[in-house]
Design a protein around this ligand. Sequence first.
Ligand code: KG4
Ligand code: ZN
Length: 399
Amino acid sequence: MCINTRSIKPMKILGIETSCDETAISLIEVDNKGETVKILGNTVHSQIDIHASYGGVFPILAKREHQRNLVPVLEKTLKEASMLSPGQSIVTSEIEKILGREPELLTMFKEVMPKIGRPDIDYISVTYGPGLEPALWVGINFARALAVLWNIPLVPCNHMEGHILTALIKKETSDYKVTKPLFPALSLLISGGHTQIVLVEEIGSYKIIGDTRDDAVGECFDKIARMLSLPYPGGPKISKLADEAREENILSPEPLPRPMIDSKDLDFSFSGLKTAVLYLIKRLEEKAIALDETVKKGICREAEDAITDVIVAKMRKAIEKHGIETLIIGGGVIANKNIRLHLEKLASDCSVSLLLPQFDHATDNGLMIALAGYFNSAKIVDPRLILKASGTLPLGPRA
Ligand code: KG4
Ligand code: ZN
């Protein structure tokens, strides 16, 4: 696939992300050589507090919250980019129809958007999958409505490609430099919904060479956290307690398995680890051992070590098998310090270069979708036509 990374003038892209529980919009400017990225505005509105009491993301609530948050998040992003100027836009009946299934969003759109001037933006990009479909639809329809209102081309993007691309930018003074990796590269995608090893032949061409057979790694962190009565999302909390366990020399009462660590393929399975934690907790109960803070810390450390060991072993296997020179890591779980550290060690052992996203760009954000919009700017669609949400949108074929 030929990617147009050169344009006559710098390109400004507004990226919209609503695939899960973050309402996120980012506005970036990429120079005409595709070498530097300026983040002009970047807003992430997390719904964590709303979903926490359910112990996970509740899709219908996520949809409702995205409807409420999109317009304020857009205003905040434009303001940060000094692009929020008064204007007169007309919300036509066509736009009203596009937002017909998002009544709360439509009301706010009609109230606020006519007073905002058309910003100087070249593309609007939006996640159309994978993710929670009710949540995806809101972002898609909002992006379509904006594209029609301001007459700006619309680029549909794959959320997982966004995670890959986020690792390509590195902060240098106030701007970000875009790394051009040597291809083929290997990407590891670890998030709440995905655990995949991807052969990246070039940007835009992906083959899935390893996948989870059951739970995704982030899901495993979150489920183990729930068993330990830790708040949602569990990943950051487990990571914190595991760090404390290492500092305080606390061990788990029992070891946990490393599922599929020795299997010849590059696939993963994390549901066994979750079940092992469940049985461990039951055995502790039977022995009348309290699941206190110290025991929890030990279990968190062991669970994190088990996950890290499996990931590192599979990535080592993938590097040896495919002889690549660059690793690109993406997805919320790469906010995990222990996994980062061990992947850094692996990259150094195998003499491959490692591209990691900045810590605060690991979990979902609009920046990743703005970057995906930049790299896919040749794939615009007509915002007047329906753009379907695809909950299971694949990044590429399974090799
Ligand atoms: O990429 P992401 O923000 O959303 C999806 O696309 O799924 O990933 C969210 C996942 C959650 O499962 C969360 O628990 C996990 O990333 N996560 C972590 C950490 N921070 C977020 N997992 C382990 N350690 C962390 N520090
Ligand atoms: Zn994600």
